[in-house]
Design a protein around this ligand. Structure first.
Ligand SMILES: [Zn+2]
Length: 111
């Protein structure tokens, strides 16, 4: 789970992506994985809990890549008119890692 590197509180991915949308990061960036990762890593986010700022590169890259995939897998994941993410990204990420763990458990049992 992504946490604020300064206060350690859990961060909401939808809220982070909303910050990018509010700063005018465009649709082209959200469609191109390399562009997205680059923009994300250099983006200055503001923690909603402690108000401190930090770079996106301080967050786990594996989750950032998953978020990119989720946003592209679901049609209409971003409401471009209102600059808001429509997906509950944290729930989807939790579900995703749960399924991965389950997969691992099942393959261990089989071997
Ligand atoms: Zn914080």
């Amino acid at each position: 789970m992504a946490r604020c590197p300064l206060c350690g509180k859990a961060l909401d991915w939808a809220e982070l992506i909303n910050q990018m949308l509010e700063k005018g990061v465009g649709e082209d960036v959200f469609k191109d994985r390399d562009k997205f990762m680059e923009t994300f890593n250099d983006f200055v986010f503001k923690c909603p809990h402690c108000g401190e700022e930090f770079y996106g590169r301080n967050l786990p890259a594996s989750e950032t890549e998953k978020v990119f995939e989720l946003l592209n897998d679901f049609k209409g994941s971003i409401d471009w008119d209102n600059k808001r993410v429509r997906l509950r990204l944290n729930s989807l990420l939790a579900l995703d890692s749960m399924l991965e763990n389950w997969d691992r458990k099942m393959s261990q049992k089989r071997s």
